[in-house]
Structure formats: C-alpha cells, structure tokens
Ligand binder design. Structure first.
Ligand code: ADP
Length: 401
C-alpha cells in the first residue's frame, strides 16, 4: 500500500509517497511559499528533481499540485488516487490527549485544535493540511502522528516544572518534548542493531539537527526529554538558546528596550550557535570552517554545544541509573564526526570507549564505540517519514507499529 506522508508548516508542506511493503520512497518533495506565491519541488525515485512555480493561495492548492505531480503522465509514480492507501500527517502537539498516533476523525481534529495554544505556529498549519487533504481525498483514511506522543510515558517528576501547581491544572503547563517520532524510531532501531530486546535497554537518543533534543528511553519507554512546553528548552541549538536563567528575559527586555515577544524572537531565532558565533551561521559546517580559520566565536559556540550535550547525557544516565547505548541522529548527529568526538570525549567516565576511526562515518548506520566499550555508541540516520508511514499502516490495519 502507498502512504502519502505530509508535514505541513504554515507556508510550506513536505511530502513523501512511500510504498509500505518495500518501504521505498516513490517520490518526495516540498511546496514552499504557500499563501505568498508558490513553488513545488518534486523528485520521483527514478528521475531528477524538478521545480515549478505555481500559484498556491492555500494548502488545498498545494496538495492538489502534489497529487497532480504524483499522477503526472511523464514523471508521476501512480496512475490514480486509488493508489494512495492512506495519508499520514505529522502533527506537532498532541498535548496530554494523545499518547499515540490515531486515525483522524472530527473528534480528533477538535482535540488537535484544542492544543493550538500549546503550539500556535504548528498545530493550526497541521490542521490546514488535514482539512485540505480531506477535501481532495474524502475517502482515503488518514492518521495523525504526534511529535509529543512518544514522550507521554514520562512520569510527573520528569514533566512537572517548579511552578505553582495551578498553572498545570489550568493550562496543562508542563514538559511535553518533541521529535518523538525520531526518538522512537531511532531507539527501536538501536535495539535491533544491538540484537537486544527493546524493553531491556537504557538508551539515550541525541537528536542533533537544527532543532536538537535528547531523550532517555528506559526499557522501551521515554522517561525524560530535554525539550519542554515548547521546543525552546533544553540543548543549545542552531538558533534557539535552550536552557537559560528565566530572569534573562526581563534583563534583555529592560536593557534593549524590547517587548516580551521581541525577546522571544531573539531566543528562538537569533540565539544558539548562530547567536554565539556573532551571527556567523547556524550550520555546523560553516562553524567548523570558521573555527579552522581561527574564529574564536565559532570555536566557543562549538565547544559549548558539545559540553552541553555531554552534561545532558550525564544527567540522563543518572535519571535511568545507568545507560547501555547512546545514539546520535539528525543532521549534526548523523554527519558531524567532530561534534560526536567533542561530546564523547567528555563522558568516558560512564564506561565509554570511543572509536575515533569508526566515528569517521557520515549519514549511515554504524557502531562508533570499541568492541569492549560497556556503553555502546551508535550513529543511526533518523527517518521520521518512514516511521509515520509505518504508524499509519499499523493503525489502518489495526495493529500497533
Ligand atoms: P532540522 O530537521 O531540525 O531542520 P536537520 O536534522 O536536517 O535539521 O539538520 C540540519 C543541520 O545539520 C544543518 O543546519 C547543519 O548544521 C547540520 N549538518 C548537515 N550536514 C552536515 C555535515 N555534513 N556536517 C556537519 N553538520 C551537518
């Protein structure tokens, strides 16, 4: 069965058509500048990428163009919509309501809308995508796969903030965590690669991309994660500040004569390794190049990033009373051997024997610890689209993924 996986943002929409039997990607692409002018890039598995400019006032037109591209006589990969068995939608925030993926119906849509306050930039866009798809493909079953769901197994001691309890009661203000589909996929894959039962391992997943988060997965369940109510908390990221003293917000507002939302823009978009490197770049490739050329701000940003991840790993080893394996994934985690070395060099005390040679991999599955290392280190490319496709198939066939 072919599954259309959709990831809708406010002005963009990423898509993949995946054959669930072979797990091959038949075609993928992105619609950008929805509501502005419109551009669709489409890449079938058997040919080059093509980019076309098309008017896309709303997500409905964007999805229509995606379907047209998939069925195009020349470069299409299917003949009719009958060949799309289901649609899997990535939904960012499921609040406390969704502890796993679900088949979308009216009640589910209403519950997703109730979570809009928790993710005002993302959930409304996800709903736009769902509604547009339902309009264009009314008979195709659809599933919602939540970024937060995997983390719903966290105990209160991991998700409660040290704030007045009524904020939790009134607003469900707590840690939720994100990148759950990736943390779930990668931790399960690690167990497979190690040949160990998933529910017997203590795994730390380091999802290090432009957005970055860690999770502690104990015996197959997430027990802690570094992102919080929003993706701003936790690690220093590409442009997000991660953990800071909350008083800094008032301090910057006063000194720079800014309002709260302006300060929040600084914390979300102008901080992280980008801000630390004096706005040089949020891309780790640029930062390493600058570091080699003697740029001390890039060097400090990179060193602080690695130190930060090391400290989180230490705290999650403490949280689980041990760790069996540590997995690196996402853009930086999969590709950046210097970052992995910088992180692992600081945590030998955990029983890690880092293999510098094996670590020189990029974008492929690998074990990067010595054979006698007590804690195994792995690189596993994440595949959120495949995970969403698997969840969708499992739901519509009535099994758990
Ligand atoms: P997101 O999905 O959060 O946007 P990704 O997981 O795609 O992010 O990661 C993107 C980041 O990965 C880039 O900003 C860059 O810093 C990093 N990256 C990608 N390729 C490399 C590489 N070869 N070496 C170092 N860093 C890389």
């Amino acid at each position: 069965m072919n599954i259309l996986v959709l990831n809708c943002g406010s002005s963009s929409l990423k898509f993949q058509l995946i054959d669930s039997e072979s797990e091959n990607v038949l075609a993928k692409g992105i619609c950008e500048r929805i509501g502005i002018d419109g551009r669709i890039s489409y890449a079938p598995y058997n040919s080059d990428k093509e980019t076309v400019f098309k008017d896309m006032p709303t997500h409905t037109e964007a999805i229509q163009y995606v379907l047209d591209a998939l069925m195009n006589e020349k470069s299409g990969v299917i003949k009719s919509l009958k060949e799309v068995g289901a649609v899997g939608h990535r939904v960012v925030h499921g609040g406390e309501k969704f502890t796993s993926s679900v088949i979308i119906d009216e009640e589910v849509k209403a519950a997703i809308e109730e979570c809009n306050d928790l993710a005002p930039l993302h959930n409304p866009a996800n709903l736009l995508g769902i509604n547009a798809c339902q309009k264009l493909m009314p008979d195709v079953p659809m599933a919602a796969v939540f970024d937060t769901a995997f983390h719903q197994t966290m105990p209160p001691k991991a998700y409660m903030y040290g704030l007045p309890y009524e904020y939790y009661e009134k607003y469900r203000l707590r840690r939720y965590g994100f990148h759950g589909t990736s943390h779930s996929y990668v931790s399960k894959r690690a167990a497979q690669l190690l040949g160990k039962p998933y529910d017997e391992l203590k795994t730390i997943v380091c999802h290090l991309g432009n957005g970055a988060s860690l999770s502690a997965v104990k015996y197959g369940k997430c027990v802690d994660t570094s992102m919080g109510l929003t993706p701003l908390e936790g690690l220093i990221m590409g442009t997000r500040c991660g953990d800071i003293d909350p008083s800094i917000i008032e301090f910057i507002a006063n000194k720079e004569n800014m309002g709260i939302s302006e300060v929040m823009t600084v914390l979300n978009k102008e901080s992280g390794v980008y801000g630390m490197s004096k706005r040089l770049s949020s891309d780790f490739r640029d930062l390493w190049k600058a570091e080699e050329e003697g740029n001390r701000y890039a060097a400090i940003a990179l060193e602080t990033f690695c130190y930060n991840v090391s400290k989180y790993i230490g705290s999650y080893a403490a949280a689980m009373n041990g760790v069996d394996d540590i997995v690196f994934t996402a853009g930086v985690g999969e590709n950046d051997f210097r970052v992995r070395e910088g992180i692992c060099g600081n945590i030998e005390y955990l029983g890690i024997k880092f293999d510098k040679e094996a670590n020189k991999v990029r974008g492929e599955e690998a074990v990067i610890s010595m054979p006698d290392s007590k804690v195994k280190l792995l690189v596993i490319p994440t595949n959120e689209e495949l995970a969403i496709a698997r969840e969708t198939v499992a739901l519509i066939s009535g099994h758990s993924a």
